[in-house]
Design a protein around this ligand. Structure first.
Ligand code: NAP
Length: 327
């Protein structure tokens, strides 16, 4: 039986067609003030919601009385009230794995760009300041051989670690609740406390999910512990970092530089002091933003949705108890 699906995100024609072959689809390329009333109306009848960057709250759930599942086009699901979904028996699906390598590429690009000052020196060349050979004022810092600290050695953290250990001969430290023997064996990585990681790493990269436990995991104390030569990379979620504390650490030279893909407020506010720091690298949340990976993420989200609506357990479900309660 065809069900009602609300899709929010630009989909390729063949992806939309795949959904429409199986179900009635109400498609919103973007949600804005013009499309929001129609979206809210369609949610009243929807059995499934698929999309990215969705704001789902209790109010929306109260309207959506037929909703059986949500398929987000992201691995992170911190913007969804998972407990409330589970209580209502609504399955929550995400898109892990297909974005791991691309997001790790982004992390390593930020490491390289910050350490070798690529973005800063690109601007310097364009501004016509390259008048003679470069001097120490333009020198950067080596990446190879430096100690790489990964906070949260999951899929993406391990992929960043792999690039560092195998490609750049970097000793790897990692923190997290459990040691990962397979990664230790593969990369010679060392499990340690967060404090040890912060004090010993030259490059600190955060790859934890955002949760009540990791909210502001990195604050003033953490930045004080880091080497004054340290470079800080965040490719997880902005709110894992206390941003004013990071800004203070950069302004006062507690740490040297940063490469940031995610921010507490996105898009970054035009009055953020981060915009006035030439030595740091800023990216507009592009961790998984390549043509290939975004296409794979949508395909996986559709796999999840079609399986779930057909009564089969979706390949990627983050609240299995919600699924079990409806079977
Ligand atoms: P994952 O495989 O679940 O890995 C997350 C790791 O974080 C887990 O292995 C866990 O290790 C660790 N962790 C959890 N709480 C921790 C804590 N308090 N301290 C230290 N480690 C902790 O997830 P993933 O696929 O790698 O994705 C990670 C996150 O990256 C996503 O949730 C998403 O928010 C973010 N992301 C961002 C982008 C972007 O565009 N910038 C793209 C993709 C993903 P333990 O079990 O050992 O604690």
């Amino acid at each position: 039986m065809k069900k009602r699906v609300v899709a929010v995100r630009r989909l390729h024609a063949e992806q939309l067609a795949r959904l429409e072959r199986e179900h009635h689809v109400d498609y919103f390329g973007e949600l804005d003030q013009h499309t929001m009333p129609a979206f809210l109306e369609k949610m009243q009848k929807a059995h499934a919601l698929i999309g990215g960057k969705l704001d789902v709250d209790e109010e929306l759930l109260a309207r959506a009385e037929y909703l059986e599942m949500i398929a987000t086009i992201s691995v992170g699901y911190d913007n969804f009230p998972v407990e409330a979904l589970t209580r209502r028996g609504i399955a929550m699906c995400n898109t892990p794995d297909v974005l791991t390598e691309t997001t790790a590429d982004t992390g390593f690009a930020l490491i390289m760009t910050a350490c070798r000052r690529m973005a800063e020196l690109d601007r310097w060349v364009r501004e016509g300041k390259w008048q003679s050979h470069v001097v120490e004022a333009q020198f950067g810092f080596d990446v190879h051989g430096k100690t790489l600290g990964i906070i949260g050695l999951g899929r993406i953290g391990a992929a960043v670690a792999r690039r560092g250990a195998l490609g750049f001969n970097m000793p790897v430290l990692y923190s997290g609740s459990s040691p990962k023997p397979h990664v230790e064996e593969e990369l010679g990585a060392t499990h340690c406390s967060l404090e040890a990681l912060l004090t010993q790493s030259d490059i600190v990269c955060v790859t934890v999910p955002l949760s009540s436990e990791t909210h502001h995991l990195l604050g003033a104390q953490a930045f004080k512990m880091m080497k004054s030569s340290a470079v800080f990379i965040n490719i997880s979620r902005g709110a894992v970092v206390d941003e004013p504390a990071l800004i203070h650490a950069l302004e006062t030279g507690e740490i040297r530089s940063a490469g940031l893909d995610v921010f507490e407020q996105e898009p970054l506010s035009l009055d953020s002091p981060l915009l006035n720091m030439p030595q740091i690298v800023l990216a507009p949340h592009i961790g998984s933003a390549t043509h290939e990976t975004r296409r794979s993420m949508v395909n996986l989200a559709i796999d999840n949705l079609l399986a779930g609506l057909a009564g089969q357990r979706p390949p990627n479900i983050v609240n299995p108890s919600a699924w079990a309660s409806t079977q």
